[in-house]
Design a protein around this ligand. Structure first.
Ligand SMILES: NC(=O)c1ccc[n+]([C@@H]2O[C@H](COP(=O)([O-])OP(=O)(O)OC[C@H]3O[C@@H](n4cnc5c(N)ncnc54)[C@H](O)[C@@H]3O)[C@@H](O)[C@H]2O)c1
Length: 322
């Protein structure tokens, strides 16, 4: 298959490119390098089945050319990360809503299957677990800009589902829960790379809020496998499906675990949300996915343990630091 990966120079995208090429596919990437980097894909430049364009998904002409060549589109390009979105509110909405509309419109024009990356953020302020794809969504007001990321991804979901209903477009929306592993950067507010880098430097490990908020973490290798199985399979058209990990942990316990695994002397400190993100922030206290639907669609769910994922990620950052 010829597969277009938008955002292919990013964290999940570049790991997906590796996985697709290992499975014999031909890969096309479009990325504007706003949060991704050429370093993530430079090891692929000599592969004749790998092609890349440094351009924006808002360039409809370029997108048309790429989509017309490919059999399937995996749309990952987006403004990502709480910190990034709070700092770039307008361009983030433009990328996430207009960019996805362009990808969907052209996939429909050329009748290509398209998978759309959404996020567990769309669930909003739930505290129950596990979160199922048909749960209600609970948001704060638009004056709290933090919700704009979730809302923009939700608009993407509505748009994709509308293309499926009205045009029969073969589209699948996958909601990623916190994904971690090699190549993720801590620059845009991602918790695990930030904690690991702080621990490796023996700097204070900074927890935002009281640390009682919980998350599950998914290994990027499991996420890209799930995305590939959804792309290859014949189930899931017009569906929304969670992709996430299974071990729930509080952020305070995560900080302690990372400190121990790194063997760090860091102290663990708590910083009020307002100081970290300004007043436009509100956290989600719990985020645990139901994986029943994913299992029914592809017969696979992420299973790498948190200890194993953290060990791989620490090893990656240790190598980078030397
Ligand atoms: N990492 C996670 O935990 C997580 C969780 C939920 C959802 N997601 C979703 O997964 C996808 C990939 O996220 P990631 O974690 O790999 O982040 P990332 O920032 O590493 O990847 C996004 C990529 O998109 C590119 N991009 C941004 N705007 C673009 C534009 N206008 N044109 C072309 N390229 C553009 C960036 O340069 C980057 O390479 C995103 O859609 C994100 O919303 C990720």
């Amino acid at each position: 298959m010829k597969i277009l990966v938008t955002g292919g120079a990013g964290f999940i995208g570049s790991n997906l490119c590796d996985f697709l090429l290992d499975n014999g596919e031909e890969v096309f990437v479009i990325d504007d390098l706003s949060t991704g980097s050429l370093e993530n894909i430079s090891h692929l430049f000599d592969n004749p089945r790998f092609h890349y364009s440094i351009d924006t998904i808002l360039n409809a002409k370029k997108m048309e050319e790429l989509i017309s060549w490919c059999d399937c589109v995996i749309h990952l390009a987006a403004a990502v990360g709480v910190k990034y979105v709070l700092e770039n509110p307008l361009s983030s909405i433009e990328t996430n809503i207009l960019g996805t509309e362009i990808a969907l419109k052209l996939s429909n024009r050329y009748n290509k299957k398209i998978l759309i990356a959404s996020t567990s953020e769309v669930y909003g302020k739930h505290t129950h677990a596990p979160l199922k794809e048909d749960d209600n969504l609970i948001y704060g007001p638009p004056s709290t800009m933090r919700w704009s990321y979730a809302a923009s991804k939700l608009v993407d979901e509505f748009t994709a589902l509308s293309y499926h209903r009205t045009k029969k477009l073969n589209t699948i929306i996958f909601r990623c829960f916190n994904t971690i592993g090699p190549r993720q950067t801590g620059m845009y507010g991602m918790v695990v790379p930030r904690f690991i880098q702080q621990a490796l430097r023996d700097d204070p490990i900074t927890i935002y809020g009281d640390g009682k908020q919980t998350r599950t973490f998914t290994y990027v290798g499991d996420v890209v496998k799930a995305i590939y199985l959804l792309a290859k399979g014949d189930k899931g058209a017009g569906e929304v499906v969670n992709i996430g990990g299974q071990e729930e942990i509080s952020i305070a316990d995560l900080a302690q675990k990372i400190k121990e695994l790194v063997g760090s002397k860091s102290e663990i400190v708590f910083i009020p949300y307002e100081k970290a993100y300004g007043k436009d922030f509100e956290d989600m206290m719990r985020r645990v996915p139901s994986l029943e639907k994913l299992k029914s669609l592809i017969g696979f769910v992420p299973e790498t343990s948190l200890d194993e994922i953290l060990a791989k990620t620490i090893e990656y950052f240790r190598a980078l630091a030397t």
